[in-house]
Write a protein that binds this ligand. Structure first.
Ligand code: NAD
Ligand code: ZN
Length: 319
């Protein structure tokens, strides 16, 4: 007897059903169970992690059973963390239902939950054995959630693939191409640097400022994708004005963000901007790694003193 617990959120469960035995005929699932959690970032918490563990125990799950994460990045991160720790690790299957989960969070093995003191502070590296991509799920995505995923797609194109960037500029691509290309790009970075200590850091393009923007907006005014969009444009404008980036790149980034309904303007007052970056728990010491574009499709990592950031980004404000 082999079972699978499908973990999902209230929105996904309302809109979609997953027949695990039918979707994964080779896995030999005899029985499946369903756990529906509230939708939203707050669910990535110790409370719901514990609810997953209790459910697995009640259902007598053992190491030969599996967890299926059926949802966006929240469910993927949380269910992935549960799978990596329950009985020291049970099989994990991802069935991502948001664009972001399909091209980003279901890849690379990072799992996480949030603590009251910060996002993603507890987590593991744990790869899914199987990831099942079905673009039909995207048809029910709210436009803002779709744009959030597009921000990460634009990021991938910026740092690694000029031809993907051109396709995004023209708006001329299929969803299948978009997903396959983006997964390929992320996978290549992960393979080069599974533990995220070198090349993989390039995936943080736009994210340092993005985190400051998210924090400034109390994690409610801007979505993650919107904040990253603002971050990508700000860093590109700054690096271009500092002579590090090919001329015209910032303008192209800005236009592609507009095309996919993403913001680009940095609205944080300089003093608050500096404080949030200096207090960022994820960076220690006096310096910070800034990811910038040499040109569209080619990125570099530059170690910068935190205190010089303000003057660096000053160039990203005065139009
Ligand atoms: N592990 C990683 O490497 C990694 C990378 C990037 C982001 N993340 C994490 O991913 C999370 C964000 O992921 P997300 O943007 O997918 O958020 P999410 O999981 O909260 O999904 C966004 C919203 O869309 C709804 N939804 C999901 N699928 C839907 C569908 N098919 N139709 C209609 N509605 C649907 C959800 O209920 C939710 O309201 C964050 O917690 C972030 O930290 C992890
Ligand atoms: Zn991101």
């Amino acid at each position: 007897m082999r079972n699978a617990l499908v973990i999902t959120d209230s929105n996904v469960s309302r809109l979609h059903k997953l027949d695990a035995a039918k979707t994964f005929p080779d896995k030999g699932f005899d029985g499946t169970h369903l756990l529906v959690l509230p939708a939203g970032e707050e669910t990535k918490s110790v409370k719901y992690l514990s609810q997953i563990y209790e459910t697995l125990v009640e259902l007598n799950y053992t190491r030969s059973d599996a967890i299926i994460a059926f949802g966006g990045g929240v469910i993927g991160d949380l269910a992935g963390f549960a799978a990596s720790t329950f009985m020291r690790g049970i099989e994990l299957i991802h069935v991502p239902t948001t664009l972001l989960a399909m091209i980003d969070s279901s890849l690379g093995g990072k799992t996480a939950i949030n603590l009251p003191s910060g996002k993603n502070l507890v987590g593991t590296f744990y790869d899914a054995q199987t990831t099942h991509i079905d673009t039909n799920y995207l048809s029910t995505l709210p436009p803002k959630v779709f744009s959030d995923g597009m921000a990460e797609a634009i990021k991938h194109a910026c740092i690694a693939d000029a031809s993907l960037f051109q396709a995004l500029e023209k708006g001329d691509f299929s969803m299948e191409y978009l997903i396959a290309k983006n997964r390929e790009i992320k996978e290549a970075f992960v393979q080069l640097d599974p533990q995220d200590k070198g090349e993989r850091m390039k995936l943080n393009f736009g994210h340092t400022i993005g985190h400051a923007v998210e924090q400034y907006g109390d994690f409610s005014r801007y979505t993650h994708g919107e904040a990253v969009a603002i971050g990508m444009y700000a860093v590109t404008l700054a690096s271009e004005r500092n002579g590090m980036t090919a001329k015209g790149s910032a303008e192209r980034v800005k236009n592609v963000l507009i095309k996919y309904n993403l913001p680009y303007e940095l609205e944080i007052p300089p003093s608050i901007f500096e404080k949030t970056i200096l207090l960022d728990k994820k960076t220690s010491g006096d310096s910070i790694n800034i990811i910038f574009l040499e040109e569209i499709g080619k990125s570099s990592i530059k170690k910068m003193l935190k205190h010089s950031l303000l003057s660096f980004f000053q160039g990203a404000r005065d139009e």
